[in-house]
Write a protein that binds this ligand. Sequence first.
Ligand code: CP3
Length: 357
Amino acid sequence: MTTDFPVLQNDRLLRAAKGEEVDFVPVWVMRQAGRYLPEFRELRVEHDFFKICRTPELACEITLQPIRRFELDAAIIFSDILVVPQALGMKVEMKPGVGPVFDSPLVNPQHLDRLIIPDVKQELKYVFDAITLTRHKLEGKVPLIGFTGAPWTLMAYMIEGGGSKTQSKAKKWLYQHPEASHKLLKILTDVNVDYLVEQVRAGAQLLQVFESNAEYLGLREFKKFVLPTLIDINKRVKAKLQEEGLEQVPMTVFAKGGHFVLKELGESGYDVVGLDWTIEPQVGRQLAGDKVTLQGNLDPCALYAPADHLEDIVKEMAAKFGNNRWIANLGHGIYPDMDPESVKNFVTFIHKYTKSP
Ligand code: CP3
């Protein structure tokens, strides 16, 4: 498939990410393609979750579903962060009502020998094909975001074997097996660098790194184990894009619950820093500094509010962020029982309260 794509008509997201002026603040919603949409649930009845991820036509269709309904300023490729552990040879299933379940999680450092270092271009080809197909099908309407799970978040899933309230098994590795932890984080960092570069080659126009499990760590462990991997990914991806003659794309880091490290993330080289909903926009700005664009940070549950109440909340949030260097989003993924009408309202209100004079 050619990577000669239709001309982009709405570049608000990319402009905001680079710190350029915009007519409206761009808005998208984490997990915008998913279970709160009846058309997603309909497809999901017929197909296994990872089968959808592995079938470019289905992944593309689901990516486009929210774009058809709402005036969003970006699409995000339908996939999951757990396709990376799968590429390393781990078996993961998505059990309805439960979430991801690993067949044989990593229990001790010897288990690192089980991991197969993948040829990323080959093992994750289905993601790249989905991205290329989606870029064509978007017809330049909005930019397409590629993503990955950050090393610590992936490590935690690979050790816990699924979701966890405490991440204590994964954290135990940091304290009991620091060398093996560094080794695993290095494997995941290396795979992520190739994975993100190939997503750009396939057509991704912005890359987001999800460090969803930042909140479980304290500053000491975060700085020792995690921050270096995030900095490394940004630096190496950009260097490799340059080396390979590919276009530079903005990069976003979203460390959920990582308030304690916002200053460092602001200096990490990423273009955009995501905020969850528990931090005031002005405090986030103060900590992250002026050189980055902020993304966020509406409480996902605010979408349960009646429209007029939601409007007040969005208006207040917009005033706090200001129109520059902001990408509007939720502070985490949308919940499956959300009324799609609320997403429509959210998008409308963001555009309404951020229109440049
Ligand atoms: O619209 C989009 O944002 C793109 C698709 C996307 C999915 N997962 C689809 C999905 C993205 C960007 C992700 C990222 C992801 N996956 C993260 C990081 C973001 C975050 O929420 O912190 C994480 C931690 C995962 C791992 C994961 N995938 C979990 C823990 C779960 C189960 C919990 C849940 O929300 O259901 C998933 C499942 C998942 N990923 C679904 C979707 C649409 C629902 C699966 C289903 O239909 O059964």
